[in-house]
Design a binder for this molecule. Structure first.
Ligand SMILES: [Zn+2]
Length: 104
């Protein structure tokens, strides 16, 4: 669903679609390592994916985090944090696709 308007949009590093910034998961750089941005700082370099493991894995495979964040990626840590964030989102009633659900 695409709406025009005042909502800032960002591109998903996985599927390449553009979505409202607040509906995406943000990644940032901490000590030269790509990390899930769980705070609301929104500072510095950022990359985004849909709250969907498919988009996340695609972004990993494309090395989109390395390129966009210009940082090293520890896939194990990043995947763990991403999945943890999705669970938190779902608990809070937000939209997110957990591992066993179908992506769009
Ligand atoms: Zn996506």
């Amino acid at each position: 669903m695409t709406r025009r308007g005042h909502v800032p949009q960002r591109q998903c590093a996985g599927c390449g679609g553009r979505f409202a910034k607040h509906s995406l998961v943000r990644f940032t750089v901490t000590r030269s390592l790509a990390m899930v941005d769980t705070g609301l700082r929104g500072e510095g370099r950022g990359a985004y994916t849909c709250p969907d493991p498919d988009c996340f894995e695609r972004a990993l495979r494309k090395k989109a985090f390395e390129r966009r964040l210009k940082a090293a990626v520890d896939a194990g840590i990043l995947r763990h944090d991403f999945e943890h964030l999705l669970i938190t989102l779902v608990k809070n009633g937000k939209k997110a696709n957990l591992r066993d659900s179908k992506g769009v």
